[in-house]
Write a protein that binds this ligand. Structure first.
Ligand code: F6R
Length: 605
């Protein structure tokens, strides 16, 4: 989703801005642009193609300068077009880029039109550019502080002015913005990764902060206009442009990285102790009587799986809520609940807002399972567990999901231990199973050739059903999400027992039905549900395991995972579903790593 880079320096900054945009590309965007201060004027270049195209335009026009801003846009207000692409100008005096959504943009637009401003785009962003120009006092820093008071919604902005050549001003509320501190030069970005290779000295701006960047000055005021010092941290940001190696896509690479990612996430876990989640975890785990999990998309499905684990192992009640629903719902708060957010990026707007909502309702104990140690989510939560999946570039989440599951299983064990519900023998057995996961996943990955054969058949379908029961129902949901988001095949998942309450009406011989069927307590029930499908001519594609006792027959295709893995089986069973989605998408020729309409990091609501 949208990305910002800005710089004020004593050298040509176009390579820094373009490189920054390239590093943010993986987040998803549909247009991009850059604006620079050139000989007392504002100049810009914009493209509805890739950043590489923007770079060519910049080279052809020899655009260069010492002060400037750049942006990748993921359209919300107005189609992806050149005129809607950022930076936006006002009266050739103000240049501005913005991430987020301004909710009162219509009202401001009317007011600014009445004051004589002519709008060139359909964006909510252009109103901010005109508003800054309208309020301009000759001091951009002061003006931006006044302007943001008029905005309702979420924003991170970077702005510069034709009349103040060595200054860029930034502000944030609800969308991330960081400062990169250099020697005689300073930078702004929506993510530290954009500045990797330029500076590792990073300041995370806080909600309501406005920052004045000049060559030798980085001055921050808080929401009340009071000067504040924010900590400068050394951040070794990963570069998004990891090598593909032998793989065709990042998604495939990331699926195959899972043994390493899980191994790294569990590194150093030799025993179960609440302190894995933070120094205060023991006291907090002792006090709480329930867990409230908040997340979106794939991370939400990790939460659903965790509900089964935490309730059965720790005997603690768990509610799992979709963050975008929870944040606006009248719910009954329980101050003794542990609020757990799950997020790969740590910047998902709905999950952050849901967390704030929970806190505002009096729930103060917060924990996050997150893949980005420097993210807002980690900074906002009392406790955390950092998954070590590494940068996930493919839009469809894979290794982030399985590492979240590993961390959530640890959470179930740590809660059980604190509540006195985990014996030493059980602890030792679980640790052994966790440590064996990388090897077990590698054995599942070796099934790829069989899955490719199935994917060729799936590529010709337009619909698919996914079934699971118990612990594997969330895995069926995740399998359906993976297939729909990258292959564009309509896929739905159901707990298999629900089939006869409606979805069975969809089953014909044209409907492939993927069944997640490890040998667990519900396998015989699941087999009955499979019979219901076969009796209607539906074609079954079954992911069984070594102990499931399901034989292939007419209309029943079976791939057997090599090991039965007990409670951790969801972590293994999702892997073939990821591979099925990947190879089906490949056979259909879709853009696997950047599926249409989707962004990697969803920083707007
Ligand atoms: C699907 C996917 C999304 C994310 C969701 C939450 O493959 O990646 O559904 O899981 O947007 O993102 P995070 O985990 O960054 O909060």
């Amino acid at each position: 989703m949208c990305g910002i880079v800005g710089a004020v320096a004593q050298r040509n900054i176009t390579p820094i801005l373009v490189e920054g945009l390239k590093r943010l590309e993986y987040r998803g965007y549909d247009s991009c642009g850059v604006a620079l201060h050139v000989d007392g004027k504002l100049q810009r270049s914009r493209s509805t193609s890739r950043v590489a195209d923007l770079e060519t335009q910049i080279q052809q026009t020899a655009l260069s300068g010492f002060t400037g801003i750049a942006h990748t846009r993921w359209a919300t207000h107005g189609a992806p077009s050149s005129s809607n692409a950022h930076p936006h100008f006002s009266r050739d005096r103000i240049a501005l880029v913005h991430n987020g959504i301004i909710e009162n943009h219509e009202e401001l637009r009317a007011e600014l039109q009445a004051a004589g401003y002519v709008f060139e785009s359909q964006t909510d962003t252009e109103v901010i550019a005109h508003l800054v120009d309208h309020l301009y006092t000759g001091d951009l820093f002061e003006t931006v502080q006044q302007a943001v008071k008029r905005l309702t919604g979420a924003y991170a902005i970077a702005v510069f002015c034709r009349d103040e050549p060595h200054r860029v001003v930034g502000a944030r509320q609800g969308s991330p913005l960081i400062v990169g501190v250099g020697q005689g030069e300073n930078f702004l970005a929506s993510d530290a990764m954009a500045l990797a290779g330029t500076t590792d000295q990073i300041i995370y701006l806080e909600e309501g902060d406005v920052v004045d960047l000049q060559l030798q000055r980085c001055w921050i005021v808080d929401v009340n206009g009071k000067a504040v010092q924010r900590e400068v941290r050394t951040v070794h940001a990963h570069t998004g442009a990891a090598e593909l190696g032998p793989y065709r896509h990042y998604m495939q690479k990331e699926i195959f990285e899972q043994p390493r990612a899980i191994g790294d996430t569990l590194e150093g876990v030799t025993g179960i102790m609440p302190e894995l989640f933070g120094d205060k975890a023991f006291n907090i785990f002792k006090q709480i009587d329930s867990v409230l999990i908040l997340a979106c998309g794939t991370s939400y499905y990790a939460g659903l799986t965790a509900k089964y684990w935490i309730e059965s192992i720790a005997k603690v009640t768990v509610n799992v809520e979709i963050a975008s629903e929870y944040r606006y719902r009248d719910s009954v708060p329980n101050p003794n609940s542990l609020v757990v957010t799950i997020s790969q990026s740590g910047e998902t707007a709905d999950t952050l807002a849901a967390l704030k909502h929970a806190r505002a309702q009096g729930m103060q104990h917060t924990l996050t399972i997150c893949n980005v140690a420097t993210s807002a989510m980690v900074r906002e939560c009392e406790l955390s567990y950092i998954t070590r999946a590494g940068v996930e570039v493919g839009v469809a989440s894979t290794k982030a999901f399985t590492t979240q599951l590993a961390a959530l299983f640890l959470l179930a064990l740590a809660l059980a231990q604190t509540k006195g519900r985990l014996s030493d023998e059980q602890e030792a057995e679980h640790i052994k199973a966790l440590r064996h996961l990388p090897v077990a996943i590698s054995a599942v990955l070796a099934l790829e050739p069989q899955i490719i054969a199935w994917a060729e058949e799936f590529a010709r379908k337009e619909n698919a059903l996914f079934l699971g029961r118990g612990l594997h129902y969330p895995i069926a949901l995740e399998g359906a999400l993976k297939l729909k988001e990258i292959s564009y095949i309509h896929a739905e998942a159901y707990p298999a027992g629900e089939l006869k309450h409606g979805p069975l009406a969809l089953v014909t011989k044209e409907m492939p039905v993927v069944t997640v069927a490890p040998k667990d307590a519900l396998i015989e029930k699941l087999k009955s549900n499979m019979q219901e499908v076969r009796a209607r001519g539906g074609e079954l594609y079954v992911f069984a395991d070594a102990d499931s006792r399901i034989a292939p027959s007419e209309g029943v295709h079976v791939i057997r995972l090599p090991e039965h893995y007990g409670q951790l089986s969801p972590i293994l069973h999702v892997v073939p579903l990821q591979l099925l989605a990947y190879h089906t998408a490949l056979a259909r020729g879709t853009d696997v790593d950047k599926p249409r309409n989707l962004a990697k990091s969803v920083t707007v609501e």
